[in-house]
Design a protein around this ligand. Structure first.
Ligand SMILES: [Ca+2]
Ligand SMILES: [Ca+2]
Length: 251
């Protein structure tokens, strides 16, 4: 009788631990993933019409893991940005978007990346060339990742993945290690009128009053569909994003 009781206790503890940290209730242990968002614009500057060379910068941002059957909780292309995404895209501050994500039932995990890895950096700040934002999380099959970070020398542009996010496991449920740099898109949040990159008085490093700008009242679009007349750097020269995991190959 005691044996049976112990067995039931162990089984129920096991089931509880599975359901407690994984709403998908997969039987396998979760895999630890580590993501790097790296500013690789080492020799590249924004040359503005006022004759200045500005360093390219990414803001702190928000990452989320969500069910792969769900609609992307961060945003949908062609729709208006949420208030939290608008704040991130206009100021580079991630807290209100994180708060929104934590209330969204489709979001399994959410977090902020805000202190870049690199010499002399110990507090939240933008990632300058050569610096890397890193974050880690545990996930099981059936999940996707996405994130958002502001392109600082803009009014309301943010880096993210397509609406579809990116899968963390193969169809055979093997955790993926991959370079997803070519999936990164610069989006216009549609909330503030664009000015010349690096030279706009309503942009975060120039504006006299926090969050100043002309309301755009538009929808989220890929920047290359926005005809604002400005020239932007090629993404493959400024950002590298990689996903790694702690799983050793089984075969
Ligand atoms: Ca805009
Ligand atoms: Ca602004």
């Amino acid at each position: 009788m005691l044996k049976k009781f112990v067995y039931i206790f162990l089984l129920s503890s096991f089931l509880f631990s599975c359901s407690a940290d994984n709403p998908l209730n997969s039987g396998r242990p979760p895999v630890t993933f580590t993501v790097h968002i790296e500013n690789i614009a080492n020799d590249l500057f924004l040359r503005t019409s006022s004759g200045k060379n500005e360093k390219l910068l990414f803001s702190p941002g928000v990452w989320i893991v969500y069910r792969d059957a769900a609609k992307n909780p961060l945003f949908s292309e062609g729709e208006k940005a949420s208030k939290g995404l608008e704040v991130l895209a206009e100021t580079g501050k991630p807290e209100s978007l994180l708060a929104e994500m934590k209330k969204n039932p489709e979001v399994l995990q959410a977090g902020i990346f805000e202190i870049p890895i690199g010499a002399g950096v110990t507090t939240p700040t933008n990632a300058s060339p050569g610096k890397i934002f890193e974050f880690s999380f545990k996930a099981r099959p059936g999940t996707k990742l996405t994130f958002a970070s502001m392109f600082i020398h803009s009014n309301d542009l943010f880096f993210s993945l397509p609406d579809s996010g990116t899968t963390l496991f193969s169809a055979g449920e093997e955790p993926l290690k991959k370079d997803i740099s070519d999936q990164i898109i610069l989006f216009d949040a549609g909330s503030e009128i664009n000015q010349e990159p690096g030279n706009g008085y309503n942009q975060p490093l120039k504006q006299q009053i926090s969050d100043s700008g002309e309301t755009e009242n538009s929808i989220i679009k890929e920047l290359n569909e926005v005809k604002d007349g400005f020239v932007y750097p090629e993404l493959e020269k400024i950002i590298r994003v990689t996903i790694n995991n702690n799983e050793k190959r089984r075969n």
